[in-house]
Design a protein around this ligand. Structure first.
Ligand code: AMP
Length: 228
């Protein structure tokens, strides 16, 4: 049975960092719609051109376009055993689109961890974020700097700050999150899938709590399917 997990949390909650670690632990790919859009942007594809305006403003790319991009991603062979979704879904419409995609595959979501942190904490974290151009590793100027400024500890690649990490875009992304994405917390809670993780702990503490919660849910699901 393939394992599909949605990771929820506001911008700056540590989703990307945690998704990388969790996906590696579980042996499934991390599917980040933000990364997929950025790939299209740097490849200058039609989809990249369409997404750019929305991304620069901190707005969401329309649901249909986003769901179609995820459908294509799911068709690649590395998703045969499932995927860890990072930054998708971001609206109730996308959540419905995802439910349909999974139904077509005869699969369902295993668990939805929600990394919860106060919006003030999120804004502080977003401000100092640096990412490696080569391997995608993430650093923070104050909370987790690289050993050498501008250089990735892991692969020696160049670190850069995302263009959409300007103060105005950050604020807009936070508003868009509260208006359009936060309702998903309730949506998945009502389906019994939500597990809340305290996102104001250290990266390692969040990772441990997240991994324990996910393993717990996966083994409970496995027991149910054996018993049933
Ligand atoms: P992220 O890297 O997840 O913060 O995404 C960066 C930007 O890509 C967002 O501000 C949106 O403009 C766009 N984006 C990423 N994921 C989605 C999504 N699921 N739906 C709509 N737009 C998205």
């Amino acid at each position: 049975m393939a394992t599909y997990i949605v990771l929820l949390g506001g911008p700056g909650a540590g989703k990307g960092t945690q998704a990388k670690m969790l996906a590696q632990e579980l042996g499934i790919p991390q599917v980040s719609t933000g990364d997929l859009f950025r790939e299209h942007l740097s490849g200058n594809t039609e989809l990249g051109k369409l997404a750019k305006g929305y991304m620069d403003r901190g707005e969401l790319v329309p649901d249909q376009v986003t769901v179609d991009m995820v459908r294509e991603r799911f068709d690649r062979p590395d998703c045969a055993n499932g995927a860890l979704l990072d930054g998708f879904p971001r609206t109730v419409g996308q959540a419905q689109g995802l439910a349909e995609l999974l139904e077509e595959k005869g699969a369902e979501l295993a668990v939805v961890p929600y990394i919860n942190a106060d919006s003030e904490v999120l804004l502080r974290r977003l401000a100092g974020r640096w990412t490696c151009r080569q391997c995608g590793a993430m650093y923070h100027a104050i909370f987790g700097p690289s050993r050498k400024a501008g250089v990735c500890d892991q692969c020696g690649g160049e670190l850069y700050q995302r263009e959409d990490d300007t103060p105005e875009t950050q604020r807009r992304r936070m508003e868009v999150y509260s208006e359009q994405t936060a309702p998903l917390i309730e949506w998945y809670w009502s389906k019994g899938l939500l597990v809340e993780i305290d996102g104001e702990q250290t990266i390692e503490q969040v990772r441990d709590e997240l991994l324990a919660a996910v393993r717990d849910r996966l083994s409970a699901g496995l027991e149910r399917s054996v018993a049933g």
